[in-house]
Design a protein around this ligand. Sequence first.
Ligand SMILES: [Zn+2]
Length: 176
Amino acid sequence: MNKKSNSIDAQQNPRPNHETGDRQASQMVERDATWDAFVRALAEPHIVDSADRSGLDALPIRYPRLFMNEPLPWGLQIGAGWTHLVTVLCARIDALLRQAPSARFHLHQVKEKFGGLRFYYETHGAPENIKQAIRKAVEQAILVSHECCERCGAMGAKRYSSGYLVTLCPRCASTL
Ligand SMILES: [Zn+2]
């Protein structure tokens, strides 16, 4: 009838017929019960001693397929508070890779930037749905990192420390 009613129709029907393959793959992932379990596991608070990096150091041993080119050139450049977050992410990627036995995964860098997780990697020979599922898992972990204290793993928020944006809980922030 007019432009306004068309736009309302579009909002009420958010699934156009010309969906891309990627979007379809993403919806397949969303229907996957393991995705829900992954999201729940990421959100579980796991408080750690900020000096205890044993969980991070153990990742290449627990998930050798993700650390084929280990050691990482710069190591895991994140605080111990994100140990649980990154472990759950690695477990998810490892499980997805088991569905693609011939695929290769190269982790290049894991670091913090602007208070959020950065997880740089490449996949080779993985089917599109697996690549999409890995991308989605990484995006979810990044999202959660913005509310997870990088020092201790408690619920945190963005704040400035010495001019840098970091994600810390109130207790860790008070010791800056
Ligand atoms: Zn903290």
